[in-house]
Design a protein around this ligand. Structure first.
Ligand code: ADP
Ligand code: MG
Length: 700
């Protein structure tokens, strides 16, 4: 066993109790886990301030001096210890509220100390509350550093005195043991070619930077390595899938597709739809398994592409299914499909959480005996009881709502994996897609069906609501329908956002029968009630749909031309864009009205500005990535990848991702199985990584 695999409890300074805390709180089990627990910031500890130089705006300061006296003030819970600390230029108060007797016992008068903390200023005096304080003679760790690393720790850890400084001490102990024992993880030729410092130097300097330049080089080397192996892993899997794996061959186009095309297709396909279908046909006819991501903005007509792809599966004797994230969407897809396929001898059914037992049993049987050809459903599809006779194609709509594990289950429903088409309306920035969906082939529908007018987006403050109502009335008089969306169902005490119930009341007053009809849909309603309300709106029997975000995904009512989003500052960019995509589906001019209060944070204001400036989903997703960072961008949460990265940052390191991907690609081009002696290290690292980590490349 390598020393890195040693249990953390064996490190000097840890022991069983602290080990348990480190396990639980920081997921640190081994020496290696600790070694890769990187600091979140650094502070220059080479500088000492003079007390006479202090001013209340300084962040952290380091002082050197002596304690000239103690005083205990107050009693009971308010008891505190003051140490008067002087460096010859002035005096400052060091204050403790906890652990007083222990601290007082451990500190000596007239001994030189180094004090570190954030200075405060109170009634004419400077103070530092709960400073770090150390005997100046003893402070020199065996490993000295110019910049002090700071580690995140938790409340529980701090209670056991495992604060940042203590973690740093453990790191110090660890690095002493590991001296000369850290094996390089990148081949020498890469280090040389790309100017990378050794792993040992990098790990040493990331924890104890000898200077700012070495810290920079350490960070770069570690990011490079982290991103490089992700790409190497993905690209190698991709190359295996393309060159070695087999998939069902859908060799022909038959009656199902032909009859659909001649009799049922209600409109001309857009050029983009045609192109994407060609790409899909090439995949599914090639003998290798398709794993394709179809990106297309809301309303770009992805459903039709899915339908036609499924008909090709049927033409070749296979079954197909569509998995969607919500019940409303499943219902709507079911209706859409029945309408699209009207008159064709295709059996389609719907399976959701609310499918009754008897119906469910029948579906199970018909799937197994092959009588059922297309199944539409929610998560209910991935239950083990759902078994197909010969599932050939799986379509996953609005993929970001499904987790990796859920998708993997669907994948395993056959002895041989079916072809996979993942559809998303949340465009993912390119660099992110390269990492999260690096193994997928990507198709893009970059064109909306003809005759669509760009949606006009308007920002209004709440005080203009009456005016907005007037506008809605005009639209309804023109025959249009309207969505009004709220972030919350019930008023919450902490936030004074307009909530749906309040809103519904005032809307009902302003839009009262017989002239106007309003429906409501929210997450707390029973599915039957939701469907009933939704249906009234779909059929045009109600003019206004008041809803929470349950309508966000996929709902299609072409006659709806206005989307009002209440408390729009509460929503993220991709959510706003999704919601806006509910309108603009017909030929009429559509509008999106973003209602907000006057008080807007900078970020919220930026989001609203972007929304009013562009309708382009890709532009919006790039902006989103910049504003929020990758952990919050939809799609990354479920994949888990943003959280698994130790040092690289998908939002900031886009350039580096592209760079290392190109490097990985050219290595694999020359040595696909990594068999060259030079690449031995790469092969063994890759093996180690894929044993340990979630496999990001198999997304479905
Ligand atoms: P999304 O990509 O958001 O899933 P949909 O598939 O729901 O979009 O399509 C949006 C609307 O556009 C639907 O009403 C659909 O019938 C219509 N549509 C799709 N393709 C075309 C086309 N080529 N021409 C005209 N309308 C189309
Ligand atoms: Mg859709």
């Amino acid at each position: 066993m390598s020393i890195l695999q040693q249990e953390i409890k064996f490190l000097s300074g840890v022991g069983p109790k602290r080990a348990e805390l480190l396990n639980k709180e920081l997921n640190i089990y081994s020496f290696e886990d600790l070694l890769y627990y990187f600091p979140y910031k650094y502070i220059d500890r080479s500088k000492f301030y003079k007390i006479s130089e202090l001013n209340p705006n300084l962040p952290y300061v380091q002082l050197k001096g002596k304690i000239v006296g103690f005083e205990t003030i107050g009693g009971g819970r308010k008891k505190r210890l003051v140490a008067f600390f002087s460096d010859g230029t002035g005096t400052i108060e060091l204050l403790w509220f906890k652990g007083l007797s222990y601290i007082q016992k451990s500190l000596l008068l007239n001994t030189e100390y180094i004090v570190f903390g954030k200075p405060g200023y109170f009634s004419g005096k400077y103070n530092i509350i709960h400073p770090e304080i150390e005997n100046a003679l003893k402070t020199q760790d065996v490993i000295s550093a110019k910049l002090q690393a700071f580690y995140n720790t938790t409340e529980k850890l701090k209670k056991s005195f495992l604060h940042s400084k203590a973690v740093s001490k453990l790191m110090n102990n660890l690095l002493i043991i590991l001296k000369d024992k850290i094996k390089e993880t990148l081949p020498d030729y890469l280090l040389k070619k790309y100017n990378l410092i050794s792993l040992e130097d990098a790990l040493f300097n990331i924890h104890f930077p000898q200077n700012a330049d070495l810290l920079k080089k350490a960070i770069y080397r570690l990011k490079f390595e982290e991103l490089f192996y992700i790409q190497l892993n993905i690209l190698q899997k991709r190359s295996y899938r393309i060159h070695k794996s087999t998939g069902f061959v859908f060799s022909k186009v038959g009656d199902f597709l032909n009859r659909f095309y001649e009799n049922n297709l209600p409109f001309e396909l857009t050029d983009a739809q045609k192109r994407v279908l060609k790409e899909i046909r090439k995949d599914i006819g090639s003998g290798r398994q398709m794993n394709r991501l179809l990106q297309g903005d809301v309303g770009s007509g992805k459903t039709l592409v899915a339908v036609m792809s499924m008909l090709i599966a049927l033409d070749n004797g296979y079954q197909a299914c569509i998995m969607v994230p919500t019940e409303i969407l499943a219902n709507q897809h079911f209706d859409t499909l029945k309408e699209f396929l009207n008159g064709l001898p295709v059996s389609v059914d719907l399976l959701t959480g609310s499918t009754k037992t008897a119906a469910r049993k029948e579906i199970h049987e018909n799937l197994l005996n092959g009588e059922l050809q297309i199944l539409i459903g929610t998560h209910a599809l991935i239950e083990d009881t759902v078994k197909f006779k010969n599932l050939g194609l799986v379509v996953i709509d609005e993929q970001h709502r499904f987790g990796v594990a859920q998708r993997a289950k669907l994948w395993k429903k056959n002895h041989q994996p079916p072809h996979i088409l993942v559809m998303t309306a949340t465009p993912i920035p390119r660099t992110l897609a390269m990492t999260i969906y690096g193994d997928l082939d990507v198709s893009v529908i970059d064109e909306l069906p003809p005759g669509r007018k760009p949606i006009q987006t308007i920002h209004l403050y709440d005080s203009r609501r009456l005016r907005m109502f007037g506008f809605l009335k005009q639209q309804i008089e023109k025959g249009r329908q309207i969505y009004i969306v709220y972030p919350l169902i019930k008023e919450s005490e902490k936030m004074d956002y307009k909530d749906l119930e309040d809103g519904y009341e005032s809307i009902s007053r302003a839009f009262s029968p017989p002239k106007f009809a309003v429906s409501v849909v929210h997450g707390k309603m029973k599915p039957v009630e939701k469907d009933a309300a939704m249906n009234l709106f779909v059929k045009g029997q109600t003019h206004i749909m008041v809803a929470t975000t349950v309508i966000e995904v996929g709902v299609d009512v072409p006659n709806a031309s206005v989307m009002v989003i209440e408390s729009a500052e509460r929503f993220g960019l991709s959510q706003l864009h999704q919601l806006r995509g509910r309108v603009g589906r017909g030929a009429d001019q559509s509008y999106c009205v973003l209602m907000t209060s006057y008080k807007l944070s900078n970020e919220a204001r930026k989001r609203i500005d972007i929304m009013t400036k562009t309708n382009d989903g890709f532009e919006i997703s790039e902006a989103d990535l910049k504003l929020r960072g990758p952990g919050d961008v939809e799609g990354t949460q479920q994949s888990g990848i943003a959280f698994d990265l130790k040092i690289a940052n998908l939002a900031q390191d886009g350039q580096l991702i592209q760079y290392v991907r190109d490097i990985a690609e050219s290595i694999l081009d020359n040595d696909p199985d990594l068999k060259n002696t030079d690449n031995y290290i790469l092969a063994s690292q890759l093996k180690k990584i894929s044993n340990k980590k979630v496999d990001f490349s198999v997304i479905s």
